[in-house]
Write a protein that binds this ligand. Structure first.
Ligand SMILES: NC(=O)c1ccc[n+]([C@@H]2O[C@H](COP(=O)([O-])OP(=O)(O)OC[C@H]3O[C@@H](n4cnc5c(N)ncnc54)[C@H](OP(=O)(O)O)[C@@H]3O)[C@@H](O)[C@H]2O)c1
Length: 283
């Protein structure tokens, strides 16, 4: 199949491209940067330099590429600006879906998140509603997620991957990343809030498999949702920092997510079963 990967140079895109090529797919991949073009060429991808906010240019590029499927791995998190990221989710996704519709593409796989569920005390499964009553600033993220998921659902065959928090090469949790540095600088505390993680290799594996999944929304998280006071000391050890100070309390939505659907019905199982061993393998 010819697969159009929007966001081919991001932390998931970089892992995804070789897996798609190994699986026999032809890959068209996007970036805004010349360095990204070179990287994609070297990976054996047909590179496309395009900004997702360029509605007409994108429509033309997708039409000329004539893909069979779209994998949407766009985010704008390099500067940790959640408003920028929400804009990419709303406007970038709108433009992308308009473009693939016009080109007659009927299959899309898209990146969402597994921590947008309403408050609760247990890991959320896919039937739980999104946290649409969240106050600011969380409402900015939830609004972006809702928009992305609604727009992607306009395509006949759509799989929305609600990913856990990423770790692995290039992420903020890797030794060179932002969270790792904050831990080394003793700038963070460890509360009781529960997080579900996923290694970017497992995130990419799910996107390849999802090309053949039925339409729907799927949590892609590892097997061990855990409170910060459990996972942070393990991450601190992996990145060479002091164990963060433990504090009480959590936000009510910090509940983690459940991977039963992906694991038991769709044939995806994480290679990195838990952050407990995975944090040491991020290069
Ligand atoms: N679930 C999660 O935990 C999660 C999800 C996503 C990201 N993150 C974190 O966020 C940080 C940054 O992620 P990242 O390295 O993947 O970078 P990023 O800046 O979020 O970019 C991701 C991809 O989107 C593309 N992109 C962004 N805006 C675009 C636009 N307007 N037009 C076209 N393409 C656009 C980028 O292409 P270019 O080559 O043009 O930059 C890149 O391919 C990392 O620490 C990562 O772990 C976490």
């Amino acid at each position: 199949m010819r697969v159009f990967v929007a966001g081919a140079t991001g932390v998931v895109g970089r892992q995804l491209v070789p897996l798609l090529i190994d699986a026999g797919h032809e890959v068209v991949g996007t970036t805004r940067r010349e360095s990204g073009m070179q990287h994609l060429r070297a990976q054996g991808v047909i590179p496309l330099r395009i900004d997702m906010f360029d509605h007409d240019g994108l429509a033309q590029a997708v039409a000329e590429s004539a893909p069979d499927a779209l994998i949407h791995q766009l985010t704008a998190l390099s500067d940790w600006n959640l408003a920028d990221n929400a804009r990419v989710r709303r406007e970038g996704t709108r433009n992308l879906v308009d473009a693939v519709k016009k080109a007659g593409v009927t299959r899309v796989v898209a990146q969402s998140i597994a921590w947008a569920y309403e408050p609760g005390d247990t890991p959320a499964d896919e039937r739980m509603p999104l946290d649409l009553d969240a106050p600011e600033p969380r409402s900015v993220t939830i609004g972006g997620v809702q928009a992305l998921e609604d727009i992607v659902s306009e395509i006949e065959q759509h799989v929305i991957l609600r990913y856990g928090l990423f770790y692995g090469p290039g992420t903020s949790h890797a030794p060179g990343g932002r969270t790792a540095q904050q831990i080394r600088d003793a700038q963070v505390t460890a509360n009781e809030g529960v997080t579900s993680f996923v290694h970017v290799v497992d995130a990419a594996r799910a996107a390849v498999l999802a090309l053949d999944w039925p339409s729907g929304t799927v949590n892609i998280v590892d097997d061990e949702p855990a409170p910060a006071h459990e996972w942070m000391p393990v991450l601190a050890q992996a990145v060479g920092g002091p164990a963060p100070e433990r504090v009480a309390g959590r936000a009510a939505w910090e509940r983690g997510a459940d991977n039963t659907l992906a694991r038991t019905k769709l044939g995806w199982q994480p290679r990195y079963l838990s952050w407990r061993t995975g944090f040491a393998d991020q290069s």
